[in-house]
Design a protein around this ligand. Structure first.
Ligand code: PLP
Length: 432
């Protein structure tokens, strides 16, 4: 029977604990490399210029989302927000979310000319950001995915830690596949491949579409093709998690390549899509879940049935998704001028991160810091797996007020032209 006294204390979320420790530190030189959110060159949160533009304009027009009436000559200040718009109502969205948003999200991730879209074998629901999309997908699979033996979900080692919690919360068991090579600080391709080959037929394989979190190590297109082959041979189910499209390379199509390739190959798969990072809409919780069925004569009726079940799951969990972030993203995705500006904003973010990678590597090499540092520029996206040991990480925190996760992961966005020298010297000191 239940009694409150038997509820054990759960451990603190390591990332949020790190943030609290950073906030408590009063040293003016402190550096936050823990948080997975973009920061500008002044270490400040960055509202994308395109998002500011939408907010200002929509306040005046009160017409979100309505791409055709976009007026580029808004005279309002950027920080007048939609919430202050006297004409905007706060009605519920449909269970599956804002239709303009989910259809634009399909095109964004699958490509406008995707065979799956032409053949109407995709169903999509707006979710509580990427986390909600991963959860909805896991919940759906737990309920309806029944290969010969009870399926196990495979995650990369390491992965975004929330994968473990989300999948076990819905009752799916999980294992990991090798991914990161400590020797090369790059991909352990053979380990990855062999593990997928040896997994029970029909396993769920969770794949990071680009900008792998936490390692920053991605597959080449050839490597993706080989992984696709073994997934097909073993009848596994691919589950793509895409939280960084456009944020990795600055090119949306390039960052979506792996997913588009799998879809072209006719895989049945699902996709958890987040707009937290690439729109800077972290707290607004804008995301999307997509299920794509294989081409077949009854694909459309299959997708209809899947959509009906997903709607019931969504209804029982959140009823309907939050509107604000999806309205902003929808207007941008559906308006060519705004879309072009968004692509520019993506290049600003990815470009600054790539610059910081180059600068960090060259500073460490100039200092002659023991070890090799090419992996800093070989890796891509928000994070870098530095190879620093837990002991070195703690030394950096104690001696230099630099905060990063114990596994040596740094958020590249926490570096800027003002703190990068300080950070490189601190690493040099900790490594020697
Ligand atoms: N998946 C991965 C790999 C991530 O790194 C993240 C965020 O850090 C997410 C999903 C989901 O993030 P959110 O729920 O904020 O969209």
């Amino acid at each position: 029977s239940f009694s409150a006294e038997v509820v054990p204390q759960a451990p603190e979320d390591p990332l949020f604990g790190l943030m609290a420790a950073f906030r408590r530190d009063e040293d003016p030189k402190k550096v936050d490399l823990g948080i997975g959110a973009y920061r500008d060159d002044n270490a400040k949160p960055w509202v994308l210029p395109v998002v500011k533009k939408v907010r200002a304009n929509s306040c005046r027009r009160g017409e979100l989302p309505n791409s055709s009436r976009w007026d580029a000559d808004s005279s309002l200040q950027a920080d007048d927000i939609i919430r202050n718009d006297p004409n905007l109502n706060h009605e519920y969205l449909p269970i599956a979310g804002l239709a303009d948003f989910t259809s634009a999200s399909q095109k964004l991730i699958l490509g406008g000319d995707s065979p799956a879209l032409k053949e109407k074998r995709v169903t999509s629901l707006q979710t509580v950001s990427g986390t909600g999309a991963v959860h909805l997908g896991a919940l759906f699979l737990a309920k309806f995915y029944k290969p010969a033996s009870k399926p196990t979900a495979y995650f990369s080692d390491p992965t975004w830690p929330n994968h473990f919690q989300i999948f076990s919360n819905v009752g799916l068991s999980h294992k990991t596949y090798p991914y990161f090579s400590k020797e090369t600080k790059g991909l352990d391709f053979d380990g990855f491949y062999n593990s997928i080959q040896n997994a029970d037929e029909g396993s769920i394989v969770v794949l990071h579409a680009c900008a792998h979190n936490p390692t920053g190590v991605d597959l080449t297109q050839d490597q993706w093709k080989k992984i696709a082959e073994v997934i097909r041979a073993k009848k596994h189910f691919p589950f793509f998690d895409t939280a960084y499209q456009g944020f990795a390379s600055g090119d949306l199509a390039r960052d979506g390549w792996a997913i588009r390739y799998f879809v072209e190959q006719g895989f049945e798969l699902c996709i958890a899509q987040s707009y937290a990072k690439n729109f800077g809409l972290y707290g607004e919780r804008a995301g999307c879940f997509h299920f794509v069925t294989s081409p077949s004569s009854d694909a459309q009726s299959t997708i209809g049935r899947i959509a009906s079940q997903l709607a019931i799951l969504q209804r029982s969990e959140i009823s309907n998704p939050p509107a604000y972030g999806a309205r902003i993203a929808s207007l941008v995705l559906n308006t060519p001028e705004l879309f072009a500006q968004w692509e520019e904003d993506l290049r600003t973010m990815s470009g600054r991160i790539i610059e910081m990678r180059k600068a960090l590597r060259s500073k460490l090499e100039e200092l002659g810091t023991p070890g090799t540092w090419n992996h800093i520029t070989d890796q891509i996206g928000m994070f870098s797996f530095t190879g620093l040991s837990e002991q070195q990480v703690m030394k950096l925190r104690e001696d230099s007020h630099v905060y990063m996760t114990k596994n040596g992961r740094i958020s590249m966005a926490g570096l800027n032209t003002k703190n990068i020298d300080y950070f490189a010297k601190a690493v040099d000191k900790a490594v020697r």
